[in-house]
Design a protein around this ligand. Sequence first.
Ligand SMILES: Nc1nc2c(ncn2[C@@H]2O[C@H](COP(=O)(O)OP(=O)(O)OP(=O)(O)O)[C@@H](O)[C@H]2O)c(=O)[nH]1
Ligand SMILES: [Mg+2]
Length: 408
Amino acid sequence: MLISHLPKNGPPIDKEIHDLAEAAGYEILYELKYRGSKIDRMNFLPQSWLEDLEYEIQDLDHEVMIVNQSLSPLQVSSLETHYETRVIDKIMLVLEIFAQKASTNEVKLQIELANLLYTYPRAQSSLQRNLMSERQARMMGRGEQLKDIVEANVRHRVAQLKKKLAEHERRTQSRNASEALKIPIVGFYSAGKSTLFNSLTGSDIQEVDSMAFTTMFAKTSRTNIFGYPVDLLDTVGLVDLPKNVLNAFNQMLKPILNAPVVVIVLDSTLKIAELANQLKYIKRVFVDNAPDAERKYIVVFSKTDLVDWSLLKGKSVLVEEEEWLVGAPILFTQKDDPEKIRREFVEVVERLIESDLVYFEFDDVSPKHLSKFYEWARVGDVVWNNHGTCNIKGVTTHNWFVKLNSLE
Ligand SMILES: Nc1nc2c(ncn2[C@@H]2O[C@H](COP(=O)(O)OP(=O)(O)OP(=O)(O)O)[C@@H](O)[C@H]2O)c(=O)[nH]1
Ligand SMILES: [Mg+2]
């Protein structure tokens, strides 16, 4: 049973909440579309709507009520009491999907933390209600006491989780230190991130599907399209989350926020208003989280085979108007032309990292090192000398150049 609050002149459905509900495994039996601007502090819906809904769903055999917005703990609890049903808002729904699909311990810890920070305060009111009735049945004061104990436990667990996650981060940081430039591919769910990742790595390692949140944990893979090694990072789809919930996923975000070049994938089949919303949120994640970072962006419009060129133009203007994206190259991709994607990708990345590139010329290199040159650099010219050594010209990033330079 779905309650959708829709903007006055907006689209007829909120596609996102339908996608999310499907990804969580729910089937929608009934949807109430509310287009009013008044939001009730206690019941979310105004009184008259509340009563109409009650009438509409009296014979509905539903399991849960989903609301397409973020609700306050009071609103969750009032709706639950009013309709005698479990109520979850959009954020709880997202956390539910994450919990179902999480496979690594690290992700599970982050979800537990997010749940304690967001879902717990919303479930607390119903907990309190249950305890109250228990209290009435037994002795006075017992419920309050229990509530305090639960709350102390929650605080303790939050602290514990934060500590565990920090430890985990220290361990992975040293493990992931590498000379290769890391380029994360970010964007909302189903934007086409994994499709792009597969094209750029020349592989099928990442599963691709129209279902939301197909990718549930980030994956790094090396690409050799530059000649020198670069690591691409396929990431979990972004979804508009409140700040404290987003912070729980800090671990997932760190490698993305620390990257010098970030690829933002936008689904070109989306409407301008939806793209504008996505950009607003992506800006919040990057610019507001780490405003000082010297980060460069590449914007990719995916699925261009599905849209008209004239419409695409208007959508790219949207990107050009974003101040934080000034100068960011824009690519238009379609999945069945990976050759073109790779060629253009190398070109734009090298334009952005120009100051990090070293065009070298080594003389008298021993042939035993030749394979390292081919591995760590894009070799242009090899000229053999009479005495069996060679002169090599090529290009690579600074880090790989340092390694080449130290070859004996
Ligand atoms: N026609 C067309 N479909 C595409 C293109 N790129 C991606 N798709 C489809 O869009 C859907 C989502 O693609 P994914 O690559 O899984 O998207 P994602 O961003 O990794 O999604 P999540 O992992 O769920 O966050 C899949 O059904 C893809 O086949 C494209 O260029 N053209
Ligand atoms: Mg994916």
